[in-house]
Design a protein around this ligand. Structure first.
Ligand SMILES: C[S@@+](CC[C@H](N)C(=O)[O-])C[C@H]1O[C@@H](n2cnc3c(N)ncnc32)[C@H](O)[C@@H]1O
Length: 338
């Protein structure tokens, strides 16, 4: 453990002092037990010189544990201004190691918080930068998808290298993120997370540990970007192929794949499976990452041959009309591809 903070009231007393009742509408559930907060921080490899950004600090339990670690600098981004007084008290006691930012993590430029000297080449060790948070479960899921896209583009904080994330999720969501091939939990989220990151289940947090206690349990996941993504395609293409095919989870993947093509190009569905060499009678949750990679590659090839296909979205009302009259429509020439 690094620096000690000056003695401060217990976090549960701070919550009472500032009348910080959890707002149900914002799905706020606090971690007020410092043993649990220290356990969370122990999941992160905080070494001397580490810079950490915590999203959604609330009354500051995890923040306090971070300040008691070896972290050189801690930034917190909090949306709810009711938490500013206790966070400000922590900042005053931190000896310049804590900066408090009022804002929405969804729109916050986190990259600007970290000094450029923290950067490490992508293929080398992870930088001494961490992003952490115990956020409302619905918020952490939305942020994860946004951050996965940034990881795929090496943008935002990932300009500094393979910055790891340590986040809490509802236990069921954590199971979906981690689900392996053939698992009943395997879904779009599993593929989108696993093709870009190595994910480790750190530990289980029983619901009763939170204040107030939610009806569900939580899990802490450590998410580290891979040196090389398992699918070498743009994020938007992977997301389109994966989400469209998972739409008919219990059916053969051929059914979902039909929605990747406008009706006038329905002949491309067979080409899609010929190019990818994936069995069209399989179910989506039984596909390995290699099979997803081949499907994405096949779709990319067909998009290159058929301008406009990449923008086709069967869910849009105009989609039926789109590409049915376009003079640009071409079918694939398999000889060109094989
Ligand atoms: C589940 S509470 C947890 C608070 C604290 N981390 C803890 O463990 O006690 C989630 C916190 O995230 C904040 N929050 C929710 N959405 C946010 C967002 N988009 N950006 C920043 N903070 C957010 C809430 O105001 C709340 O303080």
């Amino acid at each position: 453990m690094g620096s000690r903070l000056p003695p401060m009231p217990r976090i549960s007393e701070i919550v009472k002092l500032y009348r910080l009742s959890a707002t149900k509408k914002l799905s706020q559930n606090f971690l007020l037990d410092m043993n649990v907060c220290h356990k969370f921080v122990n999941c992160i490899s905080v070494t001397k010189g580490s810079h950490i950004c915590e999203v959604g600090p609330g009354p500051g339990g995890i923040t306090r544990a971070l300040l008691e670690s070896d972290a050189e600098k801690v930034h917190v981004i909090e949306k709810d201004k009711r938490f500013l007084p206790p966070l400000e008290a922590l900042r005053a006691a931190s000896g310049g190691r804590l900066d408090v930012h009022l804002g929405d993590a969804k729109y916050f430029d986190m990259h600007s918080l970290f000094p450029p000297y923290c950067a490490r080449p992508w293929q080398k060790m992870t930088p001494k930068v961490n992003i952490v948070g115990n956020l409302p479960f619905n918020v952490s899921l939305g942020l994860l998808l946004k951050w996965l896209e940034q990881i795929s583009k090496k943008s935002g904080p990932w300009q500094l290298g393979r910055v790891p994330l340590t986040l809490t999720f509802q236990h069921e969501v954590a199971e979906r993120i981690l689900a392996d091939v053939d698992s009943e939990h395997r879904c779009r989220l599993s593929i989108m997370s696993q093709y870009l990151c190595k994910i480790k289940y750190r530990y289980h947090i029983p619901g009763k540990v939170f204040v107030p206690a939610p009806k569900v349990h939580a899990a802490v996941l450590y998410i580290e970007p891979l040196n090389t993504p398992l699918i070498d395609q743009p994020f938007s293409l992977v997301e389109k192929v994966v989400s469209t095919i998972f739409h008919y989870r219990q059916k053969h993947i051929k059914r979902g794949a039909q929605d990747l093509f406008p009706p006038i190009m329905s002949n491309l569905v067979d080409d899609f499976f010929k190019i990818s060499r994936v069995d069209p009678t399989k179910q989506s949750f039984r596909l390995s990452m290699e099979e997803w990679r081949e499907l994405c590659y096949a779709y990319e090839q067909l998009c290159l041959l058929n301008p406009g296909l990449i923008d086709y979205n069967y869910r849009e009302p105009r989609a039926k009309h789109m590409l049915t009259t376009s003079p640009l429509v071409r079918t694939s020439n398999l000889n060109e591809l094989q």
